[in-house]
Design a binder for this molecule. Structure first.
Ligand code: AMP
Length: 526
């Protein structure tokens, strides 16, 4: 300890000085990041300096007994459910679908799907969305977030259709953008199912279009001519159709971005900006993600009007009901050990690899060993991908071997075991991958193979994540030299990428991104 010369009694802690220095350095980095981020608003609005100051109007109101609830009671309820909120005039949490005033046909449909009570993100997120408010939803995978942005879109589309039915060429009223084809299809299926449930009760029929690569635009033209109420899209194809004037967003008043951090992170920033440019009036915008590093939040906020942020527990693996096991396995021993690992739980099991070639090799090896497996990666045709997913979802295949394409929000119910054949390069991908199991209150197992091939940076992030999730940290991770530990408080995270094993000043992802001007699109094709 040092003593300050001026004030004799004051003790100066070198750790505190170092911490203060790092804090200032970080603030500087974050300031420069914010300065370079172009707001996510249309060029027209930016050029005309249009700034919306009011949220969208909505005719939806909570029932009076909930409206009359005190702020203190709302606060307690959120606290009990571990719901964190920020924003002005936040709509109250509502713990039953009936009190959310959902039509009986929708309540019945949800019941048939085993959805009887809303999950925390739905309890707070649905009232926010039904009220017309912009929203940032931070919810771990499997929390039921999809319903929060699909259900209000369908209800708003129905309201619009009842007021003034859509005529040829009009629409969409609502748009949802997803980062992968699989996720888009899954979301589309959900939207169609809700619309059909409503129609079965006598409501007007709503038309939804799936807009993504792998589907012939020409085949969709008759549907487009009729006018579509809702579109679920991947960014590339959507922008293409907008540019070709096959669709327009003149009457679009609702935009949902699923896995928003990934959309932007994966290099779809320009496409999203292009889409924003096509809006001609104000819209309600909802951004959802399992992980939402601060950089993306700052960026996203520029596109939102008086947003409400709903965070159900801290985003990330700490919230999952997953037993995370990390094992050191030599590269050449991995494939044989995999077979042993498969015995840990009953199927279904998901195996993730970084490389397409590894997916193919493992798939062939498992077939030789008579394991019922299917494979999924970006080089497969759309038909092959759809078949693989269907067979796995229907329980006809026990194991799915996949690249990260399959980790982005895909919903495979009851996955028992996720095996990371390799540790992903970024901790966010690890969270997405293990989020395939332990969903909606069920416990799952995640096994991750690590070895010398991983960078120390990602292994340190993993170490802190395991600590935060109260999991066993293997000796091999504890042995990694960790200078940050001196000044790093447990549980803090990098302000740029959300990794827990480093601070923003040492963020390899930030360094990489600063070097790369070209977007990283390798993981996805439209
Ligand atoms: P998501 O996080 O939106 O991908 O949802 C994950 C899974 O949870 C899906 O299979 C949903 O059908 C299911 N689910 C959504 N909401 C609920 C709920 N309130 N109760 C039970 N399951 C739900």
């Amino acid at each position: 300890m040092l003593r300050n010369q001026g004030t004799k009694d004051q003790v100066i802690d070198p750790k505190a000085i170092e911490n203060e220095r790092l804090k200032r350095e970080e603030e500087e980095i974050l300031r420069s990041l914010q300065a370079t981020a172009v707001p996510l608003v249309s060029v027209k609005d930016r050029a005309k300096d249009i700034v919306y100051t009011q949220s969208m109007r909505s005719s939806w109101r909570p029932p009076s007994h909930i409206r009359n609830r005190s702020d203190e009671d709302n606060r307690k309820l959120r606290e009990e459910l571990h719901i964190l909120v920020t924003g002005e005039n936040i709509p109250p949490p509502i713990t039953s679908f009936k009190d959310m005033k959902l039509p009986p046909t929708v309540i019945d449909y949800l019941k048939k799907k085993g959805i009887k009570k809303p999950t925390p993100i739905q309890i707070q997120g649905l009232p926010v969305a039904f009220s017309g408010r912009d929203m940032i939803g931070i919810a771990f995978t499997g929390s039921g977030k999809t319903l929060v942005f699909t259900l209000p879109m369908v209800m708003f589309a129905l309201e619009a259709e009842k007021k003034l039915p859509l005529v040829s060429g009009e629409g969409p009223i609502g748009l949802i953008i997803c980062p992968s084809r699989e996720l888009a299809r899954q979301t589309y299926d959900g939207v169609v199912a809700i619309s059909e449930a409503l129609a079965s009760g006598g409501a007007p029929k709503l038309r939804t279009m799936l807009c993504m690569g792998g589907i012939s635009i020409r085949d969709q033209e008759p549907e487009l001519r009729k006018g579509v109420h809702m579109i679920v899209a991947t960014p590339g194809r959507l922008l293409d159709m907008l540019n070709k004037k096959k669709i327009n967003l003149i009457s679009c008043i609702y935009l949902g971005l699923d896995e928003a951090d990934r959309l932007i992170d994966l290099g779809f920033e320009e496409e999203i900006r292009g889409v924003m440019d096509s809006f001609t009036t104000q819209r309600q915008t909802l951004l959802f993600s399992a992980t939402m590093p601060k950089k993306i939040q700052t960026f996203a906020r520029s596109a939102l009007v008086l947003p409400v942020e709903v965070n159900v527990g801290r985003a990330g693996a700490a919230n999952l009901d997953v037993i995370q096991e990390v094992e050191y396995v030599k590269q050449e021993a991995k494939i044989v050990y995999l077979l042993e690992c498969l015995q840990k739980t009953a199927p279904p099991t998901l195996i993730f690899c970084e490389n397409k070639k590894d997916v193919d090799d493992i798939y062939e090896y498992l077939l030789l060993k008579q394991v019922d497996a299917v494979a999924l990666h970006g080089d497969k045709t759309q038909e092959e991908r759809d078949i693989a997913i269907k067979q796995f979802k229907d329980g006809k295949k026990d194991v799915l071997v996949a690249t990260d394409v399959a980790s982005k929000g895909l919903d495979f119910p009851d996955i028992q075991h996720v095996i990371n054949f390799d540790m992903p390069k970024e901790i966010e991908n690890y969270i997405h991958r293990i989020g395939r199991t332990g969903r909606c209150g069920k416990t799952g197992v995640a096994t991750t193979f690590i070895n010398k091939n991983q960078t120390e940076a990602v292994l340190l992030d993993l170490k802190y994540l395991l600590m935060e999730s109260k999991q066993k940290v293997p000796e091999v991770l504890l042995e990694i030299p960790d200078e940050q530990q001196q000044v790093y408080e447990e549980g803090q995270e990098c302000d740029f990428c959300g990794g827990r094993g480093h601070r923003v000043a040492n963020c390899t992802k930030l360094k990489l991104q600063s070097k790369q001007t070209a977007p990283r699109r390798d993981a996805l094709k439209d």
